[in-house]
Design a protein around this ligand. Sequence first.
Ligand code: PLP
Length: 427
Amino acid sequence: MKQHDLDTICVQGGYTPANGEARQIPIVQSTTFKYDTSEDMGKLFDLEASGYFYSRLQNPTCDMVAAKICALEGGSAAMLTSSGQAANFFSVFNIASAGDHIVSSATIYGGTFNLFSVTMKRMGIDFTFVAPDCSEEELNAAFRPNTKAVFGETIANPALKVLDIEEFAAAAHAHGVPLIVDNTFATPVGCRPFEWGADIVTHSTTKYMDGHGACVGGCVVDSGKFDWTRYPERFPGLCTPDESYHGITYTERFGLGGAFITKATAQLMRDFGCVQSPQSAFILNLGLESLHVRMRKHCENGLAVASFLQNHPKIAYVKYADLLGDPDHALAAKYLPGGTCGVVSFGVKGGRSAAETLMKHLKLAAIETHVADARSCCLHPASSTHRQMSDDELMAAGVPADLVRLSCGLENADDLIADLEQALQAI
Ligand SMILES: *Cc1c(COP(=O)(O)O)cnc(C)c1O
């Protein structure tokens, strides 16, 4: 069958009801599943038959929604997780262990930076952070013999730097490792990283995919294109028997298309249990049904607001890659030709305190630790999400102390601009 357009996958992907079945995806609110014989269940435990036995590992509702996101990204397999944090943790920990090393873009979400530089470092995994616009030489110099992956964000939160996916993928592949891309801000409506050479995609579905500030969630998608079996010593977890799972060799049993996600499910989800609930998956799917429609409006509002701010005398700078003259404009035009996202970053003249005054006076955009919601919201990262960082680290992460992150929702653009205008007057 012809691959449907993304708009159609948003609405109908992941679930096709049979005759007489529910039109909307069913919420299978059950921890467990019943079998007639122990033999039947044994086959599931041995991964010899597919089916459900316990919702910590897999649940039909979650699988339907994962299948939709998988189709949207053009992947081979996908899994939902409890949050974006869990998705990014799984994507890296599935192939890296104590003694291993990862190359990561420095401009990544504050929570991911913390996960990598503090918590995963405690687990013995080392990270080298590189500027997303570093030279090819700098990028190549970051690799070590024990490097297992490269990580970056399509559109960095909150720095809004656009990743040169092709360049990062080429460097990763030249060193025999996959490129993992967190595609949260772009969503597959804006960019499909697999088409540019990325191997694994992650999402915080909490953001645009849900889009209504209703449920925390994450997703990991595999392209199925990275050939782990070319480097069996580098990826023993995928290429040699898993003694903790009946001696299965994931690449042999599930092929390149299934190995990564099956291993992440059978090992990491089994042991860490970061599952998304079927209720949350159902709510997420409601968001996905309108993702393509909403993203266009978020982008329209983002561009209108960024253009207004760019010309305002009280604004020091605006960071929005769709603006002509933005340093990332060419990358945005290449990777995100339909628009980047609704998030605009800017600095207010007068620094920290002026930024705080502005935010206090905004009436439509509420102060929230959130982005990518139908309702506009704003945040001062240096005093919230990124407060663990030193001023130097803030600068390296592309989040100077005076930066305000404004997430343009789905309201009328003129109303958003009028709200900003009156708040800027108060400074
Ligand atoms: C929010 C976010 C995360 C973390 O996701 P949660 O769902 O909050 O755990 C990871 N990456 C990016 C780019 C994000 O914006």
